[in-house]
Design a protein around this ligand. Sequence first.
Ligand code: AMP
Ligand code: ZN
Ligand code: FE
Ligand code: FE
Length: 278
Amino acid sequence: MLIDLHTHSNRSDGTDTPSELIENAVAAGLDVVALTDHDSTVGWAEADEAAARAGVRLVHGIEISTQLDGQSVHLLGYEFDPDDAALLDELQHVLEGRDNRLPRILARLRDLGIDIHEPDVERWSGSAAASGRPHIADALIELGVVADRTEAFNRYLQPGRPGYVHRYATPLHEAVRLVAGAGGRAVIAHPWSRGSDRVVTPEVLAELQGLGLLGIEVDHNDHDETARSALRDIAAELDLVVTGSSDYHGTGKTDFELGCNTTAPDQLERLLSPRFGD
Ligand code: AMP
Ligand code: ZN
Ligand code: FE
Ligand code: FE
């Protein structure tokens, strides 16, 4: 039983349509796949139809852009009410923050001599709920400025680089409360990637657990063996669910192939069990 609980379609910054994602999940031998686009559930309907056709089990999910002490932290939410007003309102705030940042990033890139404009980016973000940095990276690739998304982030788009512009992200504690309040299951995505080990401490995890956090994503390519083993110990100590996933983005991210990390069936069962979550 192969279970992958973190993937992206072109409704955010992946490159597969939700249907293609499901087809690729079947081809990869997955039995269960979660669609977790950034800050949006717009891909769920198409993925539902494709999953029913393909005979694969779809878990409805999202990856919310949050922050703690100025550090970006991603929160996965599963099987919540997509019409929950408080959650929708907050997601709208995040998506608008991302769209409003676009012209400011492009102005910075133009200051660096790169002739890049909004339509260059919208070619890549046309199916997405908002235009994010990965879409700007795609435009930079097409313009021949960089070879891939990683180079675009390393040279221009990540904090400390000249094209970086801050955007709004939900405070982490509030995001956990919102997912739980909408009847969903909250799991911290790659808790120790890109500097978030500084803020996602065992103490913070215990605090979040009190607000409804149910699990942490331990097996993720951003974690080395040492991090995975330490996170597994913390999860055991706190009795948190342990998940593993690919964070697949289609051709947008290499070496994050569907099923490259997976979640154990008993952990999925626990995560979605009514008694554990309620
Ligand atoms: P945004 O939410 O528009 O600021 O873009 C953030 C997204 O870009 C993340 O969710 C990742 O998918 C991707 N990303 C962030 N940092 C990097 C990086 N250093 N290299 C490649 N992709 C990144
Ligand atoms: Zn992404
Ligand atoms: Fe993430
Ligand atoms: Fe992700």
